[in-house]
Design a protein around this ligand. Structure first.
Ligand code: AMP
Ligand code: GLY
Length: 425
């Protein structure tokens, strides 16, 4: 068969998705909109210059190119209703409709949803008035986490250490408008402690299938220090995801979430990503994302042995129970290399060297913010690329990845060198 797939987005996650979809014998071409320099040179892949929120242009592309499946990578087009628009014109789209994607798009909505359905999460209060929020903050016996209500590209959460820092975050969001409309409403949420896990599940509206559980590393610097980022590296499977834990996550979190969304008449289709904290009293939801994680996807997808195109079609058609999803059973790890200045500002157009040498070390390189200028590969934003490798254990995968990272060179490159290295095996 000669099917065409459209992947919407331009990050490392979308490179990994396009790479995996291109491996399907059923897929003749993967169009990536807008993609990056890595997707441009990937086998069977082609970039098209499009803005992911330009729905009219996406519909036109899909219709003129006879695309059989659209895979939406980032949250913004999902929250704005791209899947609704595509379904209205009869095109299969992998991702939730806007009403279901609201779990990521609105933190107050998500918190109320979790509380209403008795799904374990941290207690939180919601405010739109700075005076009320600051008064509530003074009454808190421990320093809460401050969260902007709307989408803020992963930067709308402040894990403050002191009341003064928390008050500053409240003022920046509610008075100074640091996140624009996304910060017009905020949550003061009890801080949770424990290991943080990324549980991603394929969903078909009714049934779900959990992927190997990953751990991301949100802080910029080694030892979980420095600023929060979109994610600096991930590995899977994590040793914390025991069978017993996975059963609890399925029974207490994933199953009730899908059941509640189905009752609301917008069943969840696509990837549901539960960001969990493994607290002393069990797993609790920190957030839901309505999409694949970045960089989790660059670690998880290389372990998928099944045909991703078939899995996604099954999700779209409510046929997940009919298919077998096979994983290799190995471990996989991805380390992000970011530009100088990330995450506060970014440098671009810095030449990148050494990718072939990294490939020769047995690594994969998933591009994120890369471009080609005058035939030279250059950086084009914050998170530039991720180096990935698979091996029998996470530790071995880490050693393989860091051999690849050592080959890659661009001025001011920032990366963590402790991802997966603290594990016993
Ligand atoms: P979110 O955008 O909600 O994923 O939050 C970004 C990061 O902030 C998470 O990945 C956690 O590391 C941290 N975080 C969010 N909520 C909490 C919480 N209640 N307690 C501790 N850390 C949190
Ligand atoms: N890695 C975190 C995220 O994708 O939101």
């Amino acid at each position: 068969m000669a099917e065409k797939v459209l992947v919407v987005g331009s990050g490392g996650r979308e490179h990994a998705l396009a790479w995996k979809l291109a491996k399907s014998a059923q897929v003749a071409e993967v169009i990536v909109a807008p993609g990056n320099a890595g997707t441009a040179r990937e086998h069977k892949c082609r970039n098209v210059s499009l803005v992911p929120t330009d729905f009219a242009a996406i519909v036109e592309l899909v219709q003129t190119q006879a695309v059989s499946l659209v895979v939406v990578g980032p949250e913004e087009p999902l929250v704005l209703g791209l899947v609704d628009v595509l379904e209205d014109v009869g095109i299969a789209a992998f991702g939730p409709v806007a009403a279901a994607a609201k779990l990521e798009g609105s933190k107050p909505y998500c918190k109320e949803f979790l509380q209403r359905n008795n799904i374990p999460t941290a207690p939180a209060q919601i405010f739109s008035d700075a005076v009320d929020a600051l008064a509530a903050l003074r009454r808190c016996s421990t320093v809460p986490v401050i969260k902007a209500a709307g989408l803020a590209a992963g930067k709308g959460v402040v894990v403050a250490e002191t009341q003064a820092e928390a008050a500053q975050a409240v003022r920046e969001m509610l008075i100074e408008g640091r996140f624009g409309e996304a910060g017009n409403e905020i949550l003061l949420e009890e801080r949770l402690f424990g290991q943080e896990l990324s549980v991603l599940a394929f969903c078909d509206g009714d049934t779900f299938r959990v992927m190997p559980v990953a751990q991301d590393h949100k802080r910029l610097a080694n030892g979980d220090t420095g600023l929060n980022t979109g994610g600096m590296g991930a590995f899977c499977p994590t040793p914390h995801a025991t069978e017993e834990l996975l059963e609890r996550v399925a029974d207490e979190i994933l199953a009730p979430t899908l059941a509640a969304l189905a009752r609301l008449a917008h069943p969840y289709k696509g990837v549901l990503y539960a960001g969990l904290m493994l607290t002393e009293s069990g797993p609790k939801v920190i957030e839901f994302n309505c999409r694949f994680g970045d960089p989790e996807t660059q670690a998880v997808l290389p372990l998928l042995e099944s045909d991703l195109y078939e899995v996604m079609l099954a999700c779209c058609a409510g046929r997940l129970p009919n298919i077998d999803i096979r994983w290799s059973g190995a471990a996989s790890l991805a380390v992000v290399m970011a530009s100088a200045g990330y995450p506060t500002h970014t440098t671009a157009s810095v030449p990148i060297w050494g990718l072939d040498a990294a490939l020769q070390q047995g690594c994969r390189v998933f591009h994120a913010a890369t471009a080609v200028r005058e035939q030279t590969l250059v950086s084009a934003g914050g998170r530039v690329l991720a180096v990935n490798a698979s091996a029998a254990t996470v530790r071995q995968a880490a050693e393989a990845v860091y051999r690849g990272v050592a080959c890659v060179d661009f001025e001011g490159a920032q990366f963590r060198d402790d991802i997966g290295r603290e594990l016993a095996s």
